[in-house]
Structure formats: structure tokens, C-alpha cells
Design a protein around this ligand. Structure first.
Ligand SMILES: [Zn+2]
Length: 90
């Protein structure tokens, strides 16, 4: 029998157990076709930027498609920690 969650309320959040991923593809066109060189999956935006700068140095290409991927999880709303708000009194 399948488990049912009909009366449970859920919210989506970024999965804290997985790091986001960054990837870059060169879309520069040398006249007859796009380069389409791809970076590895990078751990930070700076790593993706380093790849673009190295590709620019090697090829002169300056146009890229960047993608950011994160991982999500559904969490029962009754298991979320209450929001912590600090009032600013000046
Ligand atoms: Zn390129």
C-alpha cells in the first residue's frame, strides 16, 4: 500500500545536504558554428568564472551560457524551525 500524505503540508527548500553546481558552455560563434566547449561541473561561481577566463585566454571567445543547478527537498511544514526575527531598534 502506498503511503499517503494527503493531510500533510509541505514546503520546498534547497537541500542542505547537497551543494549547488555551476556549469558553463561557450556559445561563441566563429562564423560557421558555435564553439560549445563545456566546463566541468564546478563547485562555485568563481570556479566557473576561472574556466571562462582560461577559455578566453586560449581562444578569444567571450560569450557563454551559464547554468546553476541546486537540489531541493520537500519538508513537512510542521518540522520547519520557526523564523528568527531580530528587531532593529535605533
Ligand atoms: Zn569557445
Amino acid at each position: 500500500m502506498r503511503q499517503r500524505f494527503r493531510f500533510q503540508s509541505w514546503t520546498t527548500r534547497q537541500d542542505p545536504k547537497s551543494e549547488p553546481e555551476y556549469k558553463t558552455v561557450c556559445v561563441a560563434d566563429d562564423g560557421d558554428k558555435a564553439c560549445l566547449a563545456e566546463s566541468q561541473t564546478e563547485a562555485t561561481p568563481d570556479d566557473a568564472d576561472d574556466w571562462m577566463r582560461a577559455h578566453l585566454r586560449d581562444t578569444g571567445h567571450r560569450h557563454f551560457r551559464r547554468t546553476f543547478t541546486d537540489f531541493a527537498e520537500l519538508v513537512p511544514t510542521d518540522q520547519l524551525e520557526p523564523a528568527r526575527v531580530q528587531r532593529v531598534t535605533a
